[in-house]
Ligand binder design. Structure first.
Ligand code: PMV
Length: 320
């Protein structure tokens, strides 16, 4: 048996502008994770002319999947789980023995915590380890990015990158991966609106906006890029108090990009009223999560305020 686990992630600064080649900062969230186990089916050693796909079982109870790889592909030829499995073995250049694959995850789906990318990363690692050697991170990242394209349309690649490396990442599309160090750990509360919002739609709507006036929106993306640079410098120097106002400024721009929502704005205002130093939506927007920078001693009060204001969950995480 082989198993692998991958964390969730949050984008601290720079979502959406990152699609237009500006930088963004993202960090892993270790409290939530996707877990995959892969067993070789010892009850099916004799294929009797059958293809391994028809004997490979996939269980993903969180999303109600109990089926064979064959059936999943017949149902949806680009299903992300099925595509990961097919792509990994195509990449390794082998037909594996029949497998039993189990996927579970505590990461809320479609909420900006990178659930899709975490499942892909854990699955790629567990599959490779089950039949061959572990793959290097760079390869895991490339394979996971292919799957992000199915989820997102035009993904920047930030989710698969931060989740593969499980370290704070300064991400610029198309550039080599840059991880960075957190001088002084700081506390963030993540509030989930409970509204499932596909990133593909908000990314598509920002693109429509950009198409109406390239000059104007490029300037807005430039401003996001400056916020990201300032935030990275503050995190590296331990000047954490600078981050609150930067979060507020980034949120205001995301509102202009039309990717906030009444629920997100309500949670952002609630967090600030409960003592957060800054707050913003995180990820694709329109629903999903918001994040709030808090002093550690305020974390529980802010989390409680978010829950009373309708958040489905409020997770406190230490960025380090
Ligand atoms: O919704 P999430 O956390 O998967 O993040 C999307 C981030 C965007 O910048 C909106 C899109 C992207 O591909 O980077």
């Amino acid at each position: 048996m082989s198993s692998a686990s991958a964390p969730g992630k949050i984008i601290l600064f720079g979502e959406h502008a990152v699609v237009y080649a500006r930088p963004a900062l993202a960090v892993p969230v270790l409290q939530v994770h996707a877990d995959v186990t892969v067993d070789v089916r010892t009850d099916k050693t004799d294929l009797m002319g059958k293809d391994w796909r028809s004997l490979t079982l996939i269980e993903a109870p969180d999303i109600g999947i109990f089926t064979t790889l064959d059936s999943l592909l017949a149902h949806q030829s680009t299903h992300p789980l099925a595509t990961v499995i097919v792509n990994v073995f195509q990449f390794l250049g082998i037909d594996p023995p029949p497998l039993k694959i189990r996927v579970t995850s505590s990461i809320p789906v479609a909420s900006g915590l990178g659930s899709g990318a975490a499942v892909s990363v854990a699955l790629i690692r567990a599959l490779a380890a089950a039949v061959s050697d572990s793959l290097p991170d760079e390869q895991v990242n490339t394979l996971a990015y292919e799957i992000e394209k199915l989820h997102h349309g035009t993904p920047s690649g930030i989710d698969n990158t931060v989740i593969t490396y499980a370290r704070p990442v300064y991400f610029v599309r198309g550039r080599p991966i840059e991880t960075f160090s957190v001088h002084t750990p700081f506390t963030v509360v993540i509030g989930n609106t409970g509204v499932a919002a596909p990133t593909k739609e908000s990314v598509g709507d920002v693109r429509k906006l950009w198409e109406t006036d390239h000059t104007r929106w490029e300037q807005v993306f430039d401003r996001v890029g400056e916020i990201v640079q300032q935030a990275r410098a503050a995190i590296e120097k331990g000047e954490t108090s600078a981050l609150g106002p930067l979060m507020d400024a980034n949120h205001a721009i995301l509102q202009r990009l039309t990717v906030s929502s009444p629920e997100l704005d309500h949670l952002v205002l609630t967090a600030k009223a409960a003592g957060a130093e800054g707050a913003k939506l995180s990820g694709g927007g329109r629903g999903g999560n918001m994040i709030a920078l808090v002093q550690p001693q305020r974390a529980e009060a802010v989390a409680a305020a978010l829950r009373s204001a309708g958040a489905l969950s409020a997770i406190t995480t230490l960025v380090q």
